[in-house]
Every structure is written in structure tokens, then in C-alpha cells.
Write a protein that binds this ligand. Structure first.
Ligand SMILES: *[C@@H]1O[C@H](CO)[C@@H](O)[C@H](O)[C@H]1NC(C)=O
Ligand SMILES: *[C@@H]1O[C@H](CO)[C@@H](O)[C@H](O)[C@H]1NC(C)=O
Ligand SMILES: *[C@@H]1O[C@H](CO)[C@@H](O)[C@H](O)[C@H]1NC(C)=O
Ligand SMILES: *[C@@H]1O[C@H](CO)[C@@H](O)[C@H](O)[C@H]1NC(C)=O
Ligand SMILES: *[C@@H]1O[C@H](CO)[C@@H](O)[C@H](O)[C@H]1NC(C)=O
Ligand SMILES: *[C@@H]1O[C@H](CO)[C@@H](O)[C@H](O)[C@H]1NC(C)=O
Ligand SMILES: *[C@@H]1O[C@H](CO)[C@@H](O)[C@H](O)[C@H]1NC(C)=O
Length: 394
């Protein structure tokens, strides 16, 4: 007998009712589902209030047909036998849906699910797709890591606090209609060819992309508060046609195929703009309106031409280093130097054996050696706080 029905019995005995028809649909303590019978009794409730956990020993398929709403968390953690979980009526889980380290899980089918308090999927090496046919459209926190998912079909939220999608080697396509991410957006080391597209994203707090094949952010207009970073990616070009300001850093680092950067509307980077170690990037001319950099303007690599014609304020550090011939690039900055705010550290040099970042990191070498980084020695008194932070944090 299931804990649910066991709990229900005394009261039912008094009423003389048939217990199976009046299940207990609310509990204060966590209900641990031990077998398929327990799951079936949950399904007898339209709404169940309380947290539900699936026993790590359970081997049967879990079928929650009948249950429409779970007011609480639904957690399956560390189960090595379970293969299928389904619930054909389930529409809402007000708490979190957490499925982690369920090695053999091959099917997660909630065809009517549209609303979750939080989604955590981790350590699911046999889960190739989500069967969320109606699409989850409300879920403020999404965390998906180490699964075999081939796509994220079934999840399409319009607002989110956080989206963290990492180490899912099968995901070749991440598309979401989210318009605003208020905490962080991180896509990291999924399939290295992954096409990333957020066609409606207007604003994000920290947005970090690692190992992406392409990134499309056509509507993005603001990164605030926080930073935008693209690292270790194979994309050939990056364009943010509508982005006007970034509250903190813009970092484009170690993207081995990146050849074209376009930020036509960007006027302000609140802290540091760093472009480094992108071996195919030779010409940086995609910042026609950039006027202000709050800490460091830091570009290094095999560069032949850099132009930021509107720049009139760089607060902390100006560092432009190239292993290639920069042509007359430095004439512009040398002349501008005195106008560039209290920039205590100014370097503009081409034809170097090694191009380094403001923090001393190697960013390409004429003999491509990976010399150890040395810290830049900066007198704190010569730098604004933000500039110093930028140098120390690079
Ligand atoms: C990516 O997924 C979206 C939504 O499922 C689809 O419209 C688009 O065609 C896919 N793109 C690629 C390159 O597969
Ligand atoms: C995004 O959400 C934040 C926090 O609620 C808000 O301040 C900001 O105006 C929103 N941005 C847009 C473009 O809606
Ligand atoms: C946001 O980015 C900043 C700078 O890159 C970093 O220090 C901070 O940890 C990030 N926060 C989150 C939540 O990712
Ligand atoms: C970019 O911004 C312009 C002006 O605000 C707007 O008309 C246009 O629709 C935006 N583009 C996208 C793709 O949202
Ligand atoms: C760089 O990208 C911009 C915007 O996508 C495009 O207009 C331009 O033609 C590209 N330049 C090169 C050399 O590919
Ligand atoms: C530069 O890129 C190479 C590979 O492309 C990488 O091994 C190296 O660690 C990167 N250097 C820095 C300072 O990020
Ligand atoms: C430098 O890089 C080239 C091309 O990536 C490679 O063929 C060559 O062996 C590298 N040289 C050294 C000294 O590592």
C-alpha cells in the first residue's frame, strides 16, 4: 500500500468511504514515490499540494496520468534504473522540476506542461528529447547540463531570470523567443557547431557564450547590468546591430575563426572592452559610434587596422598591441591620447613579437609561442578604481 493511501485510511474508515476514490491530495512532508502504485495514486488528484520525490530505488516507469497541477517541487535525483516518466494531464508545477543523475532516463513526457517554477535537468546521458508538446512558456530559471538532448524543443519562455545551458554535446540549435533575461544567460560548451538565436531578446544581464558556432542577437539593445562575452567559439562573424550600451565588459576572446565584428550602434562600454587572441581577426572597424569606455580599451592580436573613430573617453587603460603592421592606426590614437581622459597607461604598437593584453596575457605571437602571462605593473594612484579593477581582473 502506498504512503498516500495509508495516510488516507484512518479518516476514510471513519467516513466509511472507499479510499481509492478520495486520495490525500496534500501533505506537509515530502511524499516519496516508491513504486508505480504511488504514482497512480498521485494521478487521482487533480491538484496535489506538497513536494514529491521519486525514490532512488524505484525501477518502474512513472505514470502520473490524471494529475494536472503540482503545487510544490517534483524531484528525481540519483536513480539509475528509471527509464520513463510521463503525465498526460500535467500542466503546472509551481515549484521546481528537477531531474538529475538519472542515467537511464530515455523519456520525459509531459505533453500538456506549460508552466514551471524552475527547470533543472542534469546528468541525463540517455535523454535525447523533451516531450513537452504544448511547450513550457513560463519558467524563470532554466538549468540544463550534461544531457544527450538534441535540441531544446518544448521550452520557449518569453522572460527568464536565468538560462544556463552547458555541456550538452548533442544540442545543435538553441532558439528561444525570450525578450528579457534579468540575471544571467550562459551557453557553454554544447555542440561546438551550435547555432544560437535569440531573435526577440532586447535586454540581458550577464550574457556569456562559450564554444558556439553562430550567435544571432538582432534585437538586443542593452546589456545591463552586467557583461557580454564570447569565448572559444568557432563563429566567423559577430553582429549586434541594435546594441547601444553594455553596463560592464565586452569581451571577445579566443574565437579562432572570428574575422568580422559589427556593433554599429554601440556607444558605451561601462567597464572594459577586450578583444584578444582571435587569430583570424585582422581588421577591427565595427565600432563606428563607440565613444566611451569606462575602464580599459584593450585590443590585441594579429591586427592590421583598428578604427574607433568616435572614441573620446577611455578612463583607465588604452592597450593596442599587434604582431602585424598596424599601418597608420596609431597616428589616430597617438593624437587622441591627450583627450582620452585620465588614461595612465597607453600603448599602441604594431610589429611586435608578441601581442599582449593589458593584463599581460598573450594574444597571439609571431612565432605563436604561448609565453606565460606577466602582470602589468600599475600604480594604483594613476588609475581610476574601475581601471584598476579592469587590469586586475583581466
Ligand atoms: C532551430 O530550431 C528552430 C526552432 O525549432 C527552427 O525554426 C530552426 O529552423 C532550427 N534551425 C536549424 C539551423 O536547425
Ligand atoms: C528587463 O527587465 C528589467 C528588470 O525587470 C527591467 O528593468 C528592464 O526595463 C526590462 N527591459 C526591457 C527591454 O523590457
Ligand atoms: C557576470 O559577469 C561578471 C564579469 O564578467 C562576473 O564577475 C560575474 O560573476 C558574472 N555573474 C554571473 C551571475 O554570471
Ligand atoms: C532595432 O532597433 C530599431 C530602432 O529602435 C527597430 O526599429 C528595429 O525593429 C530593431 N530591430 C530588431 C531586429 O528588433
Ligand atoms: C561584416 O559584418 C557586417 C554586418 O554583418 C557586414 O555588413 C559586412 O559586410 C561584413 N564585412 C565583411 C568583410 O565580411
Ligand atoms: C589563445 O588561443 C589558444 C587557442 O586558440 C589557446 O590555447 C590559448 O590559451 C589562448 N590564450 C589566451 C591568453 O587566452
Ligand atoms: C604556429 O602556427 C602554425 C599554424 O597554426 C603552425 O603550423 C606552427 O607549427 C606553429 N609554430 C609554432 C612554433 O608553434
Amino acid at each position: 500500500m502506498s504512503p498516500l493511501t495509508r495516510l488516507a485510511l484512518p479518516a476514510l474508515a471513519v467516513l466509511g468511504a472507499v479510499y481509492a476514490q478520495t486520495p490525500t491530495c496534500s501533505r506537509d512532508d515530502t511524499f516519496t514515490v516508491q513504486n508505480s502504485g504511488d504514482a497512480t495514486s498521485l494521478g487521482e488528484c487533480d491538484t496535489y499540494t506538497g513536494n514529491v520525490e521519486i525514490s532512488s530505488d524505484l525501477t518502474d516507469d512513472i505514470i502520473l496520468d490524471g494529475l494536472q497541477e503540482l503545487k510544490g517541487d517534483f524531484v528525481i535525483s540519483g536513480n539509475s534504473a528509471l527509464q520513463r516518466i510521463s503525465g498526460n494531464s500535467l500542466e503546472t508545477i509551481t515549484g521546481k522540476l528537477q531531474v538529475d543523475n538519472v542515467q537511464n532516463l530515455a523519456s520525459l513526457a509531459f505533453p500538456k506542461l506549460t508552466e514551471l517554477g524552475q527547470l533543472t535537468l542534469q546528468g541525463l546521458p540517455n535523454l535525447r528529447q523533451l516531450e513537452f508538446t504544448s511547450q513550457v512558456t513560463k519558467c524563470p530559471k532554466i538549468d540544463i547540463q550534461n544531457t544527450d538532448l538534441q535540441d531544446l524543443n518544448g521550452i520557449n519562455v518569453d522572460k527568464a531570470e536565468s538560462i544556463f545551458i552547458a555541456n550538452n554535446k548533442g544540442i545543435g540549435n538553441i532558439t528561444m523567443d525570450v525578450t528579457n533575461v534579468t540575471d544571467f544567460l550562459t551557453l557553454s560548451f554544447n555542440n561546438e557547431e551550435v547555432d544560437v538565436s535569440f531573435p526577440k531578446l532586447l535586454q540581458s544581464k550577464n550574457a556569456t557564450f562559450r564554444a558556439c558556432g553562430s550567435i544571432s542577437l538582432p534585437a538586443l539593445s542593452k546589456i545591463a547590468p552586467g557583461s557580454l562575452g564570447v569565448y572559444d567559439s568557432k563563429l566567423e562573424s559577430l553582429a549586434c546591430p541594435n546594441l547601444t550600451s553594455i553596463a560592464q565588459d565586452l569581451t571577445l576572446n579566443t574565437n579562432s575563426a572570428l574575422a568580422n565584428i559589427s556593433f554599429p550602434e554601440l556607444t558605451k562600454v561601462g567597464a572594459s572592452l577586450q578583444i584578444a587572441n582571435n587569430t583570424q581577426l585582422h581588421k577591427i572597424d565595427g565600432f563606428p559610434k563607440l565613444a566611451e569606455v569606462g575602464a580599459a580599451l584593450d585590443m590585441s592580436g594579429d591586427l592590421t587596422e583598428v578604427s574607433t573613430p568616435s572614441i573620446d573617453f577611455v578612463k583607465g587603460v588604452f592597450n593596442l598591441q599587434s604582431t602585424n603592421d598596424l599601418g597608420n592606426t596609431c597616428d589616430f590614437y597617438d593624437k587622441k591620447k591627450s583627450d582620452l581622459g585620465p588614461s595612465s597607461k597607453y600603448v599602441c604598437k604594431g610589429k611586435l613579437d608578441e601581442a599582449r593584453t593589458a593584463g599581460g596575457g598573450t594574444s597571439g605571437s609571431s612565432e605563436n609561442k604561448t609565453g606565460a602571462a606577466f602582470p602589468l605593473h600599475v600604480q594604483p594612484t594613476y588609475l581610476g578604481l574601475a581601471g584598476l579593477a579592469a587590469v586586475l581582473l583581466v
